[in-house]
Design a protein around this ligand. Structure first.
Ligand code: SAH
Length: 262
């Protein structure tokens, strides 16, 4: 026979065990919920970071257009649209990512630079593009100017002297889907006779004088935009008219030299 005391003691233990089991059950379910929450949080975080990233460069490109290009007189709507939609941060070394939309040139390696956004915009605007043109660019560099042109013309041929830059730019342009850019590594002073004549030529390194071979590869009524000079350089527009060559000086500029290989 059990005494009342023994019965009380057993019930007390039963209740204790029951509480213990309930406690274990609750801890397990809450741990499980925690891990579900963590997964959801992390995927949500990744998604929003990704969205923010796209939003971020779009915002910076828009700010660049509104603060650097429009106030300085860039008015061609197509040029402004393309400058706003081209991911400039993907054309600069990773360490300069955050400065990609700043108001200045940036190093791209091999002692070369990507031009200031305003200079890219004014040179593009001076080409007076309608959309059907075959354009030759000398000085591919990062490929950024070529990417801008690709969105405004029929075909962009581009020549870069430095092999390493030529390879990186051509890979980058392919990966980003600019399929109408045709790039090669060569001396730009020779132009690209197999594809000449061109509607437009843009030179993004400074020759000491206007290169004659390139003028010859320009179509009648064709336009060439280039910096000319050694230390003091002028941005120039050269137009091939029936009566000869018309030259206009636009603004003083500072470009890397257009190198004559030996
Ligand atoms: N357009 C480029 C920037 C050009 S910097 C961009 O958007 O990033 C000027 C480039 O011209 C450099 O990469 C330099 O290597 C190249 N260059 C210099 N002399 C050249 C020549 N003779 N032929 C072709 N490219 C030349």
């Amino acid at each position: 026979m059990r005494t009342i005391g023994q019965i009380k003691l057993r019930s007390f233990y039963r209740i204790k065990v029951l509480f213990f089991l309930i406690f274990i059950y609750l801890s397990c379910t809450s741990a499980k919920q925690d891990s579900v929450d963590k997964k959801q949080n992390s995927s949500h975080k990744m998604y929003s970071e990704k969205t923010d990233d796209t939003d971020q460069w779009k915002k910076e490109a828009k700010r660049m257009v509104n603060s650097q290009l429009i106030p300085r007189g860039i008015a061609d709507k197509n040029v402004l649209r393309v400058m706003e939609n081209t991911p400039r941060h993907l054309f600069v070394p990773e360490s300069y990512n955050e400065a990609a939309y700043d108001d200045g040139p940036l190093p791209i390696g091999e002692g070369q630079t990507i031009s200031q956004p305003y200079i890219v915009a004014i040179m593009t605007e001076l080409l007076k593009l309608k959309g059907h043109e075959k354009v030759l660019e000398i000085g591919t560099g990062s490929g950024y100017q070529a990417a801008v042109l690709a969105q405004l013309v029929d075909t962009c041929y581009t020549i870069e002297l430095v092999k390493k830059l030529a390879d990186i730019a051509s890979d980058r342009l392919k990966k980003l889907g600019y399929t109408n850019v045709i790039a090669k590594c060569d001396d730009g002073y020779k132009g690209w006779p197999e594809h000449a004549p061109f509607d437009r030529i843009i030179i993004t390194a400074a020759p000491p004088e206007i290169p004659q071979a390139l003028v010859e590869q320009l179509k009648p009524d064709g336009i060439m935009v280039l910096p000319v000079g050694t230390f003091y350089q002028q941005l120039m527009v050269v137009t091939k008219t029936k009566r000869g060559i018309r030259k206009e000086s636009i603004i003083p500029v500072r470009f890397v030299p257009m190198v004559k290989p030996d």
